[in-house]
Design a protein around this ligand. Structure first.
Ligand code: PMP
Length: 423
């Protein structure tokens, strides 16, 4: 099965005017051929492709959708601000209000700066850490995604080695490895980066070992380096605070984005007084970074996060999905590995080294109106209901049966084995 006629027509036009027809993480290049590339609209927990097919969306825009698409409360706040002004010659009062809201919610934060994308926030974290410490070296966990800037993009085309000259990798959750990397950095260590948990593509997810997290904090204290948590993907999906509040560790800097305005374009760097001076020294800005509409949307989103049970609700739905998928898989003789927090699940198949089974299952799910991803963690949103998850589990059972029947004839995706080989 291939995508629908409208989608196919748009892909053909896109190939003429967009390099490769699409780029970045929303390109379907590394997904089953039947996945739609273009979408027409989204509402609550669902989205519709340009051919009108409706999906329960377990990708949530790769993270921005937390409360449900077009949440009426957030959209009303955004519309009210839009009636007043958005990008203006200077910021609106909502910038101060939003900074106050984030500082009040996030334990380690004494200040906030705003930007547009997660990459802006993580890159700013690195710059601020270097300005604060006067040092160069930055440690990042190998394979952790921190964005698409030259210092961190996973695809090195167009990047010269000098742009990464002071980036060193260590293995996530490997305390001894981190200690060795810190020792090797000597007195040039500016920052240690970590994601809240290991949420790397193509792999099982892993929660942070508290000993590793706590040792990272200690090592930064001993060396004067800045501890940076990249909460762009997981922020507010695990806690109403920094995600490492769950392991009792306060970073010096944290990067946020994706869901903080429930889909409106804004990201943030939060920091403690330990690096306020560095934050004040750097020159960082952007034409749209001070726009008021996303800030108003973020203020309302954060209010809802504080006052609703969105977190407990997504955890309960995640547990329902996890146990339902495990039972459905077992009933059809599949063993699936479901890793990471239940509200941000990664689903991979045992005995599926080139992901051909996972791809077939994802394609069968999409055919049944449930948008799942074969190698990236998924996301639940607060607009989903127990009935939605029940329907997804029922679809999964049928999809497992279909894959079981087609198993001998499955072919690997043309690009995935090469991607995995280089991984
Ligand atoms: N850090 C993490 C952990 C992310 O997941 C992402 C985006 N997937 C980024 C940074 C970069 O964010 P953006 O795509 O908004 O630049």
């Amino acid at each position: 099965m291939t995508s629908g006629p409208q989608d196919a027509a748009l892909r053909a036009r896109a190939r003429q005017v967009i390099p490769n027809g699409m780029y970045g993480h929303e390109s379907t290049r590394l997904l089953p051929a039947s996945f739609p590339q273009f979408f027409g609209r989204a509402e609550g927990a669902h989205l519709w492709d340009v051919d009108g097919n409706r999906y329960l969306d377990l990708m949530c825009a790769y993270g921005p959708n937390l409360l449900g698409y077009r949440d009426h409360r957030v959209e009303a706040a955004a519309a009210a601000q839009a009636a007043l002004g958005d990008a203006m010659t200077g910021p609106s009062a909502v910038m101060v209000e939003l900074a106050e809201a984030l500082v009040s919610m996030v334990g380690h934060a004494d200040w906030a700066m705003f930007c547009k994308n997660g990459t802006d926030a993580t890159t700013m974290a690195m710059t601020v850490a270097r300005a604060q410490t006067g040092r160069r070296r930055v440690l990042v966990a190998s394979r952790s995604y921190h964005g698409a800037a030259p210092w961190c993009t996973p695809v090195p085309a167009g990047v010269v080695p000098e742009e990464r000259a002071f980036i060193t990798t260590y293995a996530y959750n490997d305390t001894a490895g981190l200690e060795a990397a810190v020792a090797a950095a000597g007195d040039d260590l500016a920052a240690v980066f970590a994601t809240p948990f290991k949420h790397d593509s193509f792999e099982d997810q892993a929660l942070p070992d508290p000993a590793y997290a706590q040792r990272a904090r200690q090592l930064c204290d001993e060396t004067g380096a800045m501890l940076v948590i990249d909460d762009v993907r997981a922020g507010f999906r695990l806690a109403r605070d920094s995600s490492w509040s769950l392991v009792g560790v306060e970073p010096d800097l944290s990067a946020w984005g994706k869901c903080i305005a429930n889909g409106h374009p804004i990201s943030a760097l939060l920091g403690s007084d330990r690096c306020r001076k560095g934050a004040g020294a750097v020159y960082v800005t952007g034409s749209f970074w001070f726009a008021a509409v996303p800030m108003a949307a973020a203020i309302e989103t954060l209010r809802i996060l504080r006052e609703s049970d969105y977190l407990e609700h997504t955890v309960a739905l995640g547990e329902q999905l996890r146990s339902g998928l495990a039972a459905a898989a077992a009933a059809h003789g599949f063993s699936v590995r479901q890793t990471g927090p239940v509200q941000m699940p990664q689903v991979l198949f045992d005995g599926d080294p080139d992901l051909r089974v996972g791809f077939a299952w994802a394609a069968a799910m999409v055919e049944r109106g449930v948008y799942v991803h074969p190698w990236h963690n998924m996301f639940l949103c607060a607009a989903m209901t127990a009935e939605d998850i029940e329907a997804a589990v029922a679809a999964a059972g049928d999809a497992f049966a279909q894959v079981r029947a087609s198993l001998p004839g499955l072919e690997p995706h043309p690009l995935i084995p090469h991607v995995l080989a280089g991984h």
